[in-house]
Design a protein around this ligand. Structure first.
Ligand SMILES: [Zn+2]
Length: 373
């Protein structure tokens, strides 16, 4: 395994978190037997995807955005999986927290890091948590207001069609739409909870925010512990959450429509999930460009995936690319299905409600500040 890891980490893609192999192994129980099973499953999927489907097996009557909408509307489509990346949160003003090239990494010189990625490196954090905490304070969203795209995912749930929403984002916006927590898988963790690295005591989002904003090192308050407390976002060198792997195992074989939103599909093992749905399942990709649809073949095998997205290939019977922002794409889709009016209404009323809450919060904060003067 070690040899594989070195061979693959050739520095081509700095976005790939270290420890991805550990994660992928974790999916299969981390045993050699598990890895072999995964390879076997991957190979069998690979070969089955090479087989052409009969017309009767094809799910979409028309391989187009309209065709997907028609299918989505039908009773046959009840187990949708959505896979989301930073693109679904950009209109909420949330910066892409982990990815290089977002402008974030250009801003790190003041921390004197050994390298820019060190700020999200678990080893570095345990020795030197200040730079991360300082950056977290700088980037902490002033308010949490989900985007129309987030509300579209909630709409899929309300219509009884959402199997699960997988997100790479750590911004917790999904939760603010009212989507139940069990419908959400946060592949790269979340700021909603934090844990002590020593005794594993859990802390809330408000607790860590208070520490971060007071510029105090978050330290465990359990008696005699004083361990360092870390938000539950996945650092480089850490495994992905166990729930990610258990849900992937349970969900993807049941998926009857995959909707991929605002991710460049370049971070593993998340990206290889596109290959884990059944070979007949349609896959809709809403993004500004076609991203990295050449998925790492080794990761595909390891994760049990078999097929990359083939928008332009002859014989394509299921892959549709919609060039749009996530909000535009979701509004269009919702419109075609006949839910557009409802979606717009929800976004309007929910934003109004959240704006009022934000204003009240601001008043409270100002009052406290005034009182403490
Ligand atoms: Zn502790």
């Amino acid at each position: 395994m070690e040899g594989e890891k070195k061979g693959k980490d050739d520095g081509k893609s700095p976005k790939k978190p270290e420890g991805k192999e550990e994660g992928a192994q974790g999916a299969q129980g981390g045993q050699t037997g598990g890895a072999i099973d995964a390879l076997a499953a991957g190979l069998s999927n690979y070969f089955s995807s090479a087989v052409k489907l009969d017309d009767a097996e094809k799910v979409l009557s028309e391989v187009s955005f309209e065709g997907v909408a028609k299918y989505l509307k039908s009773d046959k489509c009840t187990n949708i999986i959505t896979m989301a990346g930073a693109g679904i949160s950009t209109s909420a003003g949330i910066p892409d927290f982990r990815s290089p090239g977002s402008g974030l990494y250009d801003n790190l010189q003041k921390y004197n890091l050994p390298d820019p990625m060190a700020i999200f490196n678990i080893q570095y954090f345990t020795e030197n948590p200040e730079p991360f905490c300082h950056l977290a304070k700088e980037l902490w969203p002033g308010h949490f207001k989900p985007t129309p795209c987030h509300y579209f995912v909630k709409q899929l749930h309300d219509k009884g069609k959402l199997l699960r929403h997988y997100t790479q984002n750590i911004d917790t916006l999904e939760h603010y739409t009212g989507l139940p927590a069990d419908k959400i898988v946060e592949a790269h963790g979340t700021f909603r909870t934090s844990h002590c690295l020593k005794c594993a005591k859990e802390f809330s989002q408000d607790w860590i925010k208070e520490k971060i904003f007071a510029e105090e090192t978050p330290t465990c308050d359990a008696e005699g512990c004083a361990g360092l407390v870390k938000p539950d976002i996945v650092f480089f060198g850490e495994k992905l959450p166990d729930r990610f792997f258990s849900c992937v195992k349970e969900d993807f074989e049941k998926c009857d429509l995959l909707i991929i939103l605002g991710t460049s599909l370049s971070v593993q093992p998340f990206a290889s999930l596109t290959g884990r749905v059944p070979t007949k399942t349609p896959r809709l990709y809403i993004n500004l460009d076609k991203g990295n649809t050449d998925v790492d073949p080794f990761m595909m095998l390891l994760m049990g995936g078999g097929s990359t997205l083939n928008f332009d290939e002859e014989g394509n019977y299921r892959d549709v690319f919609k060039k749009a922002t996530c909000d535009e794409g979701c509004y269009s889709l919702s419109e075609l299905v006949g839910w557009g009016k409802d979606l717009r209404k929800t976004v309007e009323s929910e934003h109004k409600r959240l704006d009022a809450e934000i204003a009240t919060d601001k008043q409270k904060t100002n009052a406290t500040k005034g009182a403490s003067k």
